[in-house]
Unconditional design. Structure first.
Length: 160
């Protein structure tokens, strides 16, 4: 079984593990890789995030992104880092990270996920109208019957 298949197997069984067991299982596999392996760093960060250890996950996400992750892990790491930052009380930084991601990759497969987490960060920063507009516009794209109306209503929010 390949390294990635073993990682995937740990994630598939995550619900049957305690948080500590999950981190230990991922860390055992991460230890097989070089310290600069971006995917291994990403998996280590994700395990800590899953375990509610966001403060430990943040630097690992940053390092994985710095080293250079391939897609789709790069986009996942940006979204997960932004969510982690929000959970750590850094909603402004979370929003800025996601806004940059959406500017650079507006049509990425995970763009709607980025928009969802951006809406949460905007809400946390008091930008409630922006958050609702963003969420409604993202949703409108998936509403064949009412998408245009929902998009129009979103545009009207906050208008004088």
């Amino acid at each position: 079984m390949s390294w990635q298949e073993r990682i995937d197997a740990v994630w598939a069984g995550a619900d049957d593990l305690t948080n500590d067991e999950m981190v230990e299982a991922i860390d055992a596999l991460v230890a097989e890789r070089p310290a600069t392996d971006a995917v291994a760093l990403f998996e280590a960060a994700g395990a800590r995030d899953h375990a509610g250890r966001e403060a430990e996950a943040e630097p690992l996400y940053r390092r994985a992104l710095q080293v250079g992750l391939p897609e789709p892990q790069r986009a996942q790491a940006v979204i997960q880092l932004a969510s982690t930052l929000r959970n750590l009380g850094q909603a402004e930084q979370s929003a800025a990270l996601l806004e940059a991601e959406l500017r650079e990759h507006p049509e990425h497969d995970l763009a709607d996920a980025a928009r969802a987490f951006l809406a949460l960060a905007q809400h946390d920063t008091g930008r409630h109208t922006d958050a609702l507009q963003l969420a409604l516009r993202a949703l409108a794209a998936h509403l064949p019957q009412y998408g245009r109306a929902v998009s129009a209503y979103a545009s009207e929010l906050g208008a004088p």
